[in-house]
Design a protein around this ligand. Structure first.
Ligand code: BMA
Length: 335
């Protein structure tokens, strides 16, 4: 095994479960999945594609923003807090956004949030309704008040994911241009910004894979959790979609991106890490969906805990060791 350095903080209390006996997969599911049930709130229809970070404040150890679809089937984002990263206290009301131009602030819908801790702020990006889906941006220090900026891109765009630090002096974001519907295409692009408002320097990162090579990611792909910085490159988890005779199937895999030029792909896994298999991934409001939006990493041990939406209904967790994962990507790369 290579000596891999992980740039990030220690999370000694990271949620964790050892790889089960007899399992030889590089990533394994939490045995008590799902960790967040659909009806945790009195008015929730489903709680899934959600993002968490370490947060040692107000007596909590972790905080996050959660995709909560309510019983009107409106898509909303709610703050949540946890002592152990597994049992969550999610606010009944959705996030309070302040400071935006009223034109932008008019709330249509918000879903699939990600959170990046950059310097002393937690930056939230999400799929924000503004004449179609685009990328909303806000920052918070306390997960109570969220300061909203301009939308990052023109519609239509989804899966906006910030890097956890500036790259070459600018904020950096991955995103996936799309359409107004259930987009049947999609590549991952990279963009830079000096101020989190104006985005440019757009670069192509990855297209869907060739069907013959890696079918689970042959229709569209989109960035998942905030990338993890390692000495081998940025470790990216991303979802990929296959169109079966029964509809879309959402699995996820991973790639390594160049540290200084993250639009250059060093390696990319041909096999998936997780694909719908368990009953809570196979059945729900949208069957056959595993959709990662966050990963915690304890830098000293390389333990990684991934949060992923299951069948657009509940939230599950999976685990891996970062050094084993990087090694696995390199050994199974289609690049
Ligand atoms: C995508 C997004 C995700 C969802 C997925 C599967 O377009 O809406 O939130 O998990 O479809 O329905």
């Amino acid at each position: 095994m290579m000596a891999l350095e992980i740039k990030g903080q220690a999370i000694p209390n990271i949620p964790w479960q050892d790889r089960p006996q007899g399992c030889d997969h590089v990533m394994w599911r939490y045995s008590a999945n799902p960790v967040i049930p659909r009806d945790l709130l009195p008015t929730s229809n489903s709680i899934f594609n959600s993002a968490v970070v370490p947060y040692g404040r107000d007596g909590w150890e972790f905080a996050g923003v959660f995709r909560v679809d309510d019983t009107n089937r409106r898509m909303r984002i709610h703050p949540g807090f946890s002592h152990d990263g597994i049992n969550w206290h999610i606010d009944e009301s959705d996030v309070v956004l302040t400071g935006a131009d009223p034109e932008i602030a008019a709330w249509e819908y918000g879903y699939d949030p990600r959170v990046a801790h950059i310097d002393d702020r937690y930056w939230v990006t999400w799929c924000n309704g503004y004449h179609g889906p685009t990328i909303g941006v806000a920052w918070t220090e306390d997960f109570r008040t969220f300061h909203q900026l301009e939308n990052a891109f023109l519609p239509y765009n989804r899966n906006g994911v910030l890097f956890p630090r500036k790259i070459n002096g600018r904020y950096a974001m991955l995103s996936r241009p799309s359409d107004t519907g259930h987009t049947a295409f999609g590549d991952i692009f990279y963009s830079e910004s000096p101020d989190m408002e104006f985005w440019g320097h757009h670069r192509h990162v990855m297209a869907p894979a060739r069907f013959e090579e890696s079918a689970w990611q042959c229709m569209k792909i989109g960035a998942g959790p905030v990338p993890i910085e390692t000495s081998e490159g940025w470790l990216l988890l991303y979802h990929g979609v296959l169109r079966s005779c029964n509809g879309y199937v959402y699995a996820f895999g991973s790639a390594l991106l160049d540290l200084d030029r993250p639009w250059e792909v060093i390696a990319r896994s041909a096999p998936y890490l997780i694909s719908p298999r368990e009953i809570y991934e196979l059945t729900g409001d949208v069957p056959n969906v595993t959709f990662p939006c966050a990963a915690l990493v304890d830098a000293p041990t390389g333990r990684m805990a991934v949060y992923y939406g299951c069948a657009d209904t509940v939230t599950g967790m999976a685990f891996a060791k970062v050094d084993e994962l990087v090694d696995w990507i390199r050994r199974n790369s289609i690049v």
